[in-house]
Design a protein around this ligand. Sequence first.
Ligand code: FEO
Ligand code: CA
Ligand code: CA
Ligand code: CA
Length: 722
Amino acid sequence: MHHDDLRPGALFNDEDSNTSANLPFEQVLATRLSRRSLLRGGAAATAAAGAALTGCATPMASGEGPAPVAKLGFQPVPHSLADSVIVPPGYTAQVIYALGDPLGADVPAFKNDGTDERWDLRAGDHHDGMEWFGLDAQGKPSDTFASRGLLAMNHEATTDEKRSSFFIHADGGTANLPRPGAEIDKELMIHGLSVVEIQRNPKGWSYQPASAFNRRVTTLSEAVITGPAAGSAHLVTPFSPGGTKARGTLNNCGAGRTPWGTYVSGEENWYGYFFRDAQDDTRRNDPQMTAALNRYGRKAGAASRHGWESGGTDDRYSRWNISATGASARDDWRNEFHTFGWVVELDPYSPNTLITKRTALGRFAHENVTFAKATAGEPVVAYMGCDARGEYIYKFVSSEKWDPADAHARNRLVAGDKYLDRGTLYVARFNADGSGDWLELSLKNPAVKDFKGFDFKNAADICVFTRLAADAAGATKMDRPEWAGVNPKNGEVYITLTNNSQRSSATVDAANPRAYTDMKGSKTQKGNVNGHIVRLAEARPADASFRWDIFLFASQADGDKTNVNLSNLTDENDLSSPDGLVFSKATGVCWIETDDGAYTDVTNCMLLAALPGKVGDGGARQVTSGDKTVTTQAGKPQTPATLRRFLVGPKGAEITGITETPDGRALFINIQHAGENTKMADVNDPDKYESQWPANAGYGAGKRPRSATIVITRNDGGVIGT
Ligand code: FEO
Ligand code: CA
Ligand code: CA
Ligand code: CA
């Protein structure tokens, strides 16, 4: 979420808590849903581009899946500052599910004027990570059906200025403290997850408002805590004196799909929702806990993003104040903070099951979770980024070996218990020579066991205070790790590093080699302004070492080709701040989404398609930043044949969440926070909105911008991107 250059109140990736000395080695009613084609690019309904028709024949082979496509078959979309979604000629984008849409037959249609109620059964805000879960004609889980399914998705956050989620309140809401409980109650419900059924009929795709599968999970939904930290003293709260339960999930950013067919979601910038008073350190008199709270972005005196703690004495408000004011952790909400920062597992096919917080995967600013291809008799392996400046890349290796029968487990959450509750967590160190090491985060690692910064006593401590354990291990500080994706062809792992305004010539290293200056109008931007994508090759996913290179250096096309535009990007494929990254299982195409604030003077955020190469397809390269030169490992430069822009979004929006039908003929993405630069004072003046999307695309009532899921299809019915 949220790029880096907005008004101060919105800087939720602005956390810089990693002061460790680690060296720089370092996603309606049918009558109201518009069926018309929205938003076609270029000459609208012109014939499909070039060689595109060959893609229609892409077969779904059994077992191994289809062969990766050899070439991209669409015309690149140009830069755009328009308030619309632009796709290539021959493609159509259609809005199917937006903020406020009813998820129950008895829920009134969304008025979109700030007076709507029943947020417990409406689409949440800021659609983010999303996964497809197929259904057959009888409504049973299906790996192959491509016209009926569930979308599980994250509702990460909300568009705010000052403190209020202003587009959901009639007059923008109350910015000053204390905030009215009635406003907060709505805000508590627009965060979390949703599961929504969608279907394709002859007129196109639509969501099913009355499906029994539809579900919301919010900041108030009960969660089960499992793994090493379950029952830890650090998780004892008045809600769960045994430390085995929590309430809600929050700021869910990236997502993933487990090999056993459940949804996993990362809690990212959750820390910013908590208040801690200025006297809290003195009162606690516990330097180690002070260090831990600081390391997770909550210094004493930290104000909360929305002031939820100010809503009244009911604990749905007071729990956002983590100051230690009572006699023990059972008497105040000091440990509520530790009940967030986890990977949450949900079974979309079972609406009555609770969400589970999987503590074995560590606690940090989780982005997505991507799994290596599951191999019989080998551990299950997952890759994860911690998105803040100078944070780390992690890998989880299960203790249990994969049993292919679990791909269709009768109880999917029991399979989750099996593979995600016991295992080993590692953090990445990138060496200058192109090698890398996965450093174990356990008491078996002397650097962790003997760490002076925190006295880790057991596995639970390491799970709760993962960032500190990673500091101890000597991990490499990266330029904001966002999504990880695994290339289905060769198992290589791609991780987006979105940008880092604080990377400097003093801290550049081989894996984060650029610190430069870029102008945005009259504004000077510094550091790794545009971000990059690093790539890892492992002999086997469970291995403790890897080789790496940098697949892509994001840059403006006119960036200095010696030290900045190292991937030789052109107008057809230049980009800034890569964030979402997913490999299509149908085509092998690597989809890259941006969440940018640096290049938005020239273009809105975008989706690009890449044909991946492999680690080592380029070579060593010198990069100079100020007075320092480092040698990095650069992948082969790009051309418009290997990387092209596929879509540009509306004003103020980030492009995020991406999934597809198994046949690759429908691609679903999320448009998050269109119009986020609108001022709260203008909430009743649509002419002053930065964006009126998706109303201006024919979707829904009111002109207030709404985050939404769109589906992209090819007019000839072919496979997307080919
Ligand atoms: Fe929610 Fe790191 O993006
Ligand atoms: Ca993200
Ligand atoms: Ca981001
Ligand atoms: Ca610029």
